[in-house]
Design a protein around this ligand. Structure first.
Ligand SMILES: [Zn+2]
Length: 158
C-alpha cells in the first residue's frame, strides 16, 4: 500500500527537525487533518485513542508539541481557554463563535497581511501575526467548510 502523501509530508518535516516519524505522531497528525475543528489536546486524545487505545494523554501532548515545533500545526490560544490545534498552514485568521464555541478559519489575503505588517514601525520584524475575530457566525452548522478551510489537505509551504 502506498504511503499517504500527508505522511510523507510529516516524515519530511520531522526529518528537517531531526526527528523521526512515529505511529503516534502519524495518528495525531491524521486526527488533526481529518476533522479541522481546532480541537483541544483532550479532544485529540479521545480521537487518537479510538485508533491507538493504549496511548497516554502525555504522549498526545508530546506529539502535539512536536508537530507545533516542526511547524506542521499551529497552536491557537483564546484567553482563558485551553490551547487548540490547527493544521491549516495557510495564512489565516480565526473566527471564534462565542455562541457555539466553534472556531472557523478565515483565509487572509497576502495583500491584507502586507498592509497589517506595513503598520509596524521601522525595525520591528514580525515573524507572524494573529488575528482573532469574536462574535457569531451566520450558519455555523451548515456553513462548515464554506471557506474551504475544512476541506482538502493543504501541504505545508516553506
Ligand atoms: Zn485555524
Amino acid at each position: 500500500m502506498p504511503t499517504p502523501p500527508t505522511i510523507d509530508v510529516l516524515s519530511q518535516r520531522l526529518a528537517d527537525s531531526g526527528l523521526r516519524s512515529t505511529p503516534q505522531r502519524e495518528v495525531v497528525y491524521n486526527v488533526l487533518l481529518a476533522k479541522r475543528d481546532h480541537p483541544t489536546a483532550d479532544e485529540v486524545y479521545v480521537r487518537v485513542k479510538a485508533e491507538l487505545p493504549t496511548i497516554s494523554l502525555a504522549t498526545v501532548y508530546n506529539c502535539l508539541e512536536t508537530l507545533v515545533q516542526c511547524r506542521l500545526v499551529r497552536s491557537v490560544n483564546f484567553e482563558r481557554g485551553p490551547t487548540r490545534y490547527c493544521p491549516n498552514l495557510r495564512p489565516h485568521a480565526h473566527f471564534h463563535d462565542e455562541k457555539t464555541g466553534e472556531t472557523h478559519d478565515i483565509d487572509l489575503p497576502p495583500s491584507l497581511l502586507e498592509t497589517v505588517n506595513g503598520i509596524l514601525p521601522k525595525g520591528y520584524d514580525a515573524k507572524s501575526v494573529e488575528i482573532i475575530f469574536r462574535g457569531s457566525a451566520a450558519h455555523p452548522a451548515s456553513n462548515a467548510g464554506a471557506n474551504g478551510a475544512t476541506s482538502g489537505i493543504v501541504p505545508p509551504s516553506n
